[in-house]
Design a protein around this ligand. Structure first.
Ligand SMILES: Nc1ncnc2c1ncn2[C@@H]1O[C@H](COP(=O)(O)OP(=O)(O)OP(=O)(O)O)[C@@H](O)[C@H]1O
Length: 293
């Protein structure tokens, strides 16, 4: 896959803050590319520079091999974290209004179907739920049939069901071979949707690759999790563990010997769960702190 966007040594400094510090990566065409990191990591600053709305302090962004120019905006779709929508209009009227801003636009009926807006098409935009509003914003970002669509934390604040519905829409858009650039602090979102990821923390890239590659590279085994207070036996025997949500999590390279160890130390297996390591575990391993702070 050719690289649609190339990010070269990009930095953004505010007076006292280095928001983005000399990052480089490429976004292949047709890929769902994720910028994953905790609050304040520099995701929004990075995506806004890539969208061409924030000037970098230094570095370069190339789209199809060329620096961004004024035509760039006609070919990209942007869903901001906060987008103001005109009051007193219905969903359909809003789509028609925004369609006027572009030289070309997708047929409105196609967008309505793509973004699952059928049931709310005549609704006043002030009466939309969080999930419905995000679907409308996604449709607005898709209006000009962009080559690349930027989604900045699109599911933040949505309930779990609405998040999953939104993921389905992103998968629909992915199947149309669009390139998607997504920022998120939800590791499950990145893992589920993204073909490639950069993990950012404090303005730096700390890891990059496909989610599967990254996990394979850093973990060999499973995570055994148990409720309760068993830290003493683990600490005394130099077993690596984390405490999360009132559970103790042990990274185990051999599940048989780990369970044998627990039984030998009279640790009850009641409530035991086994799961595969995920990107959140990777983030903690790499940085020593939780993704969601
Ligand atoms: N206009 C600004 N002036 C000064 N500092 C800023 C400005 N915008 C962002 N920052 C700082 O730059 C850093 C990165 O912020 P940014 O919003 O890019 O992070 P983020 O990963 O998108 O976080 P969030 O998920 O909370 O939006 C933070 O320390 C933030 O306070």
């Amino acid at each position: 896959m050719a690289d649609l966007l190339q990010i070269k040594n990009l930095s953004k400094h505010y007076s006292e803050t280095v928001a983005v510090d000399n990052i480089s990566f490429n976004v292949p065409e047709g890929c769902c590319f994720g910028l994953l990191g905790p609050n304040g990591a520099g995701k929004t600053t990075t995506i806004e520079m890539m969208e061409g709305i924030l000037k970098p302090t230094s570095g370069e962004i190339l789209f199809e091999g060329k620096p961004l120019d004024k035509n760039y905006y006609q070919g990209v779709g942007i869903q901001f974290q906060h987008t103001a929508i005109q009051d007193f209009l219905t969903v359909k009227e809003t789509l028609k209004l925004f369609a006027n801003f572009y030289h070309k636009s997708l047929p409105i009926d196609e967008l309505i179907e793509l973004c699952a807006l059928e049931e709310i098409i005549s609704r006043d935009t002030r009466k939309l739920s969080g999930g419905q509003r995000q679907r409308l914003l996604l449709a607005l970002a898709m209006l000009n049939d962009p080559k690349i669509i930027f989604l900045d934390e699109p599911t933040t604040g949505l309930d779990p069901q609405s998040r999953r519905n939104f993921w389905q829409l992103i998968n629909n858009i992915k199947s149309q071979k669009k390139t998607i650039l997504l920022t998120t602090h939800y590791m499950d979102e990145a893992e589920s949707l993204c073909d490639e990821i950069v993990i950012v923390d404090q303005g730096h890239i700390i890891h990059q690759g496909t989610p599967t590659q990254m996990l394979k590279e850093h973990f060999d085994g499973v995570i055994i999790s148990l409720p309760g207070e068993i830290k003493g036996a683990l600490t005394n025997n130099q077993i690596d563990f984390e405490t999360k949500n009132h559970r103790v999590e042990i990274l185990s390279e051999n599940i048989d010997s780990s369970i044998k160890f627990l039984l030998e130390h009279d640790i009850s297996l009641d409530g035991l769960q086994v799961r595969s390591p995920n990107l959140e575990d990777l983030f903690i391993k790499l940085t020593g702190h939780q993704l969601r702070g």
